[in-house]
Design a binder for this molecule. Structure first.
Ligand code: S3P
Length: 428
């Protein structure tokens, strides 16, 4: 139990948010697949990414961690060894789903499982297209749930139209496509994060991307390289909202990843008239970064739906809190995917913000929030979900009473220094 009593403090100062979770996972996966040495700087030492490292160590890949620098040495997939132990993916959907794509085309038998939350998350969205490629995957409910057993085999390329916008599904298919015979094509109606496509190029592969169609020839060999991981915009999101809603505040965040396919929250903050500056460092970088400054803002409600949803899917819990402080109504729609995240994030956000007195209702595909509302203290749950836990802590900054949070430890999944950063900004 964590008790938070911030007395409506103002937040001032500069922070550097930790490395991007999606890119950190991929840097280790690609380093393990590639031939040669891969060095990573700015790696996120969150529990999810450590699960990815642990899985590859069990496959015999040499991985050394020194602070936020990681070195991976591999001679490629064919040199991996069949693990005697189960690969444990913890709370990480990205590890579980992308590993499924990677392992399907090896010549190894592997078993993967995760924590209780992973045990409830749908895996057939990945297993089904992989089976079309010839993959042999077994698991509870026809491969829907972990534990999953994978018998690696030869794969054939497919031309696949994705029923849901999901970078995890797209990436699993592309990674399986590396080992498949022929050209793998993935079609998405709404663009999901493209870190896999960018990283394939960084590691020397050729990938074609045109208007929602990614195509990629199997059998390409990846070569080790250097990966610079930007700060995670999904972590910065919590302080973007904190700076906008706390009184007399100004927060500067350096090295924030602003890849277009991830930066939907910047568009929403602008639309809501937040007082914010975004200064891009290097547009040409493999993953562009920016310095972002946010100040206490007078906000207006908005509608968030359609093609922007995959560009901010992980930011919706904290955007819901932001909307409680905006003038007028905010509607979030087309976001059914929130129901199959670490927890059902529509139900969790609505239940917890209601406890603080917010005017918020769940809908089938999102939520409707009316603001502004003075939030009160209360006793909140994180549901073991890092992003719900951080939303609760940021809410505590502006409540007129104490907020208790049942399980704040889960925040270490993506942002181990989260509370230190709050302290740094509150103290100034
Ligand atoms: C991720 C993709 C998204 C996101 C998750 C990370 C990734 O999931 O919510 O936190 O790294 O590819 P979906 O692909 O299920 O939308």
């Amino acid at each position: 139990m964590k008790t938070m009593n911030y007395n409506k403090a103002s937040l001032n100062g500069t922070i550097q948010v930790p490395g991007d979770k999606s890119i950190s996972h991929r840097s280790v996966m690609f380093g393990a697949i590639a031939q040669g040495v891969t060095t990573v700087e700015g790696f996120l030492l969150g529990e999810d990414c450590l699960s990815t490292i642990d899985c590859f160590r069990k496959l015999g890949v040499q991985i050394d961690v020194d602070g936020n620098n990681v070195r991976i040495e591999s001679v490629g997939i064919d040199a991996w060894r069949e693990p005697a132990e189960v690969l444990y993916t913890g709370n990480s959907g990205t590890t579980t789903r992308l590993m499924l794509g990677i392992l399907a085309g090896t010549n190894l038998h592997t078993v993967m499982t995760g924590d209780a939350s992973i045990g409830k998350r749908p895996m057939r969205r990945v297993a089904d297209p992989l089976r079309l490629m010839g993959a042999q995957i077994a698991g509870r409910d026809q491969g829907q749930f972990t534990p999953l057993a994978i018998q690696g085999t030869k794969l054939q390329a497919i031309d696949y139209t994705m029923p849901v916008a999901s970078a995890q599904v797209k990436s699993a298919i592309l990674l399986a496509g590396l080992r498949a015979e022929g050209t793998t094509i993935v079609r998405e109606s709404e663009t999901s994060r493209d870190h896999t496509e960018r990283m394939l190029r960084q590691f020397g592969a050729q990938v074609d991307v045109t208007e929602g169609v990614v195509s990629f020839k199997g059998g390409q060999v990846l070569t080790g390289t250097h990966v610079k991981v930007p700060g995670d915009i999904s972590s910065a999101a919590f302080f973007l909202v904190a700076g906008a809603i706390a009184p007399d505040s100004e927060i500067v965040m350096t090295n924030v990843g602003v890849n277009e396919t991830r930066a939907g929250i910047i568009d929403v903050l602008r639309e809501m008239e937040a007082d914010m500056d975004v200064v891009i460092d290097d547009e040409q970088a493999a993953e562009p970064t920016a310095t972002v400054t946010i100040r206490t803002s007078s906000l207006k409600g908005t509608t968030i739906g359609g093609a922007i949803i995959p560009r901010l899917i992980d930011e919706i819990p904290i955007l819901a809190l932001l909307a409680t402080q905006a003038n007028g109504q905010t509607i979030i729609r087309d976001a059914e995917e929130l129901k199959v995240k670490e927890t059902n994030r529509i139900d969790a956000v609505v239940a917890e913000l209601k406890k603080l007195g917010a005017d918020i209702e769940a809908t089938d595909d999102g939520m409707i929030i009316n603001g502004p509302t003075q939030l009160h203290g209360g006793s909140l749950k994180s549901y073991g979900d890092h992003r719900i836990g951080m939303m609760a802590a940021i809410a505590a900054l502006i409540t007129d009473g104490e907020v208790e949070l049942d399980d704040a430890e889960c925040i270490a999944v993506s942002y181990p220094t989260f509370f230190e950063h709050i302290e740094t900004l509150v103290k100034k």
